[in-house]
Design a protein around this ligand. Structure first.
Ligand code: AHR
Length: 495
């Protein structure tokens, strides 16, 4: 029996709701078809946005949406995406499949999507191939409420009022697709570009996000932090889970053996080490901790579904992905004192999406259900908690170990405690005894997402994996005991 302790007296930090964010790029069928179908589509839409997808994302509690990339951001010229749609410039999407981008989804459409979703905005600017002036004017166009050429242009194209821009990314992956830069050079460019991105509204600071490291590139973090520490609010780490560790043969999303399952979880758990180590580097440069960590691209990355465009990064999703999502969100929660925002890659039809579409059909992936299950953590206070657990060894990773049980716990303003636990073992259940310090438990409700690790939802079986009530627990006066099935994610709500 594993021991699980939750301490409601140890209130650590508010869990920023934006940890539960998502990322939507002009890539494959994410924006076009996935989110936006245009006003004239037969697919039910409101001002061009798919009604079914918007409804599902609202129910999931999406707090913030990053756009327009990704690699696409550093070749996006925002003025091509405003004005009369028929005459908007067409461009080649060179990163993603070489397809024609007709720019019919641009700045106005993005803010309309955020309005319908009721979520906050995170726009990523172009450092790689754009000018300082272009970036400066974009921020003016989006946020200035006064007399200026950009504000007049915005009004001319349909929006007299400015929008609220919460986060602005100054470049993306500038160590790679965003210009192949060295960290010192990028750090200087960040300062230059960022200087001309003005805060136009008194008291409303647009939070600036600097391009952070690729995985374990601590040198990048150190050098960029050194340059941006007085200017940036966040520095953005990117880390993808590639089961085989080989980018030429990443592994199938649905056809994997137990060793590959274990290796996937082991590699996803690396997020804990990356966050801890990058925070240590950040602390060494900025002990005052002004700059927070952002993880604005994370998730599993497999070989594309057979027969689909390799440039579209379309993959299926199984219970394995649900476990990756649950353990990662628990890790983010546990670092809530230092993490500003996270964005899973991506929202629809790309990589570890929460939603898949096929024409007018839509399906929620197992990952969607994890985000929905965890949504009560948003803006709650993280509590001190600890669980004993077996460790699982990954043969494919030199016997590296990761915990079988990964948890986090939070409390809301009414004193209700939420605990989410991932049982990462595909084969073994786990018995736990939870004790909550200084608490008389009145009632407990539990919900579960579980299944054999290959189980998935598809367009024929949309509800194979879903959230269900869970009764495999017993209430105690100061906690509960429970048996967590293999490959499961459970949430306990304790009053
Ligand atoms: O999410 C897909 C791509 O992965 C993004 O465009 C890029 O930033 C990263 O390399």
């Amino acid at each position: 029996m594993e021991k699980y302790l939750i301490n409601p007296n140890q209130k650590i930090a508010e869990i920023n709701k934006d940890i539960y964010g998502s990322f939507s790029e002009h890539l494959g069928r994410c924006i076009y078809e996935g989110l936006y179908v245009g006003e004239d589509s037969k697919i039910p839409n409101l001002n061009g946005m798919r009604k079914d997808v918007v409804k599902a994302l609202k129910e999931m509690g999406l707090p913030v949406l990053r756009w327009p990339g990704g690699c696409f951001a550093d070749e996006y010229h925002w003025k091509d995406g405003i004005g009369d749609k028929a005459s908007r410039k067409k461009m080649i999407n060179t990163h993603w499949g070489g397809v024609v981008e007709d720019n019919s989804f641009g700045t106005h459409e993005y803010f309309e999507l955020c309005r319908q979703l009721g979520c906050d905005s995170y726009v990523n600017g172009n450092v790689g191939s754009g000018s300082v002036r272009e970036m400066s004017e974009w921020v003016e166009y989006m946020t200035f409420d006064g007399v200026s050429s950009m504000a007049e242009l915005r009004e001319k194209y349909g929006s007299k009022a400015p929008w609220k821009l919460k986060y602005f990314g100054v470049g993306n992956e500038n160590w790679g697709c965003g210009g192949n830069m060295d960290p010192e050079y990028y750090g200087c460019l960040f300062k230059r570009y960022n200087t001309y991105c003005r805060d136009y509204k008194a008291g409303e600071h647009i939070q600036r996000i600097a391009c952070g490291p690729n995985g374990s590139d601590y040198h990048w973090t150190r050098e960029v932090m050194d340059k941006v520490k007085h200017h940036a609010n966040g520095i953005a780490l990117h880390y993808y889970t590639v089961p085989t560790g080989n980018w030429n043969h990443k592994g199938s999303a649905t056809d994997f053996d137990l060793n590959e399952y274990i290796s996937t979880i082991c590699k996803a758990y690396k997020m804990e080490e990356l966050i801890t180590n990058h925070l240590a580097v950040m602390d060494s440069i900025n002990p005052q901790r002004w700059v927070k960590l952002v993880v604005d691209e994370w998730g599993t990355w497999y070989d594309v579904e057979p027969g689909t465009n390799p440039g579209f990064l379309y993959q299926q999703s199984t219970m394995r992905d649900a476990i990756v999502a649950a353990l990662t969100l628990n890790i983010f929660n546990k670092h809530a004192d230092r993490i500003l925002m996270c964005n899973i890659a991506q929202t629809v039809n790309v990589l570890q999406s929460v939603i898949l579409t096929d024409g007018k059909k839509m399906v929620k992936t197992p990952t969607y259900h994890v985000f929905k299950l965890f949504k009560e953590h948003q803006n709650n206070t993280l509590l001190g908690s600890y669980i004993t657990t077996d460790m699982i060894k990954s043969k494919n990773d030199g016997n590296r170990e990761f915990p079988q049980l990964i948890e986090s716990a939070s409390i809301d303003d009414n004193g209700v405690i939420y605990s989410t636990i991932a049982n990462t073992s595909a084969t073994k259940s786990a018995k736990i005894k939870c004790q909550i310090a200084d608490r008389k438990v009145k009632s407990i409700k539990a919900e579960i997402i579980t299944g054999e690790c290959h189980e998935k939802n598809d367009f024929e079986n949309t509800d194979n994996v879903k959230i269900e009530d869970f009764d495999g627990f017993r209430k105690l006066s100061d906690g509960f005991t429970a048996t967590l099935p293999a490959c499961s994610v459970v949430k306990f709500t304790v009053e």
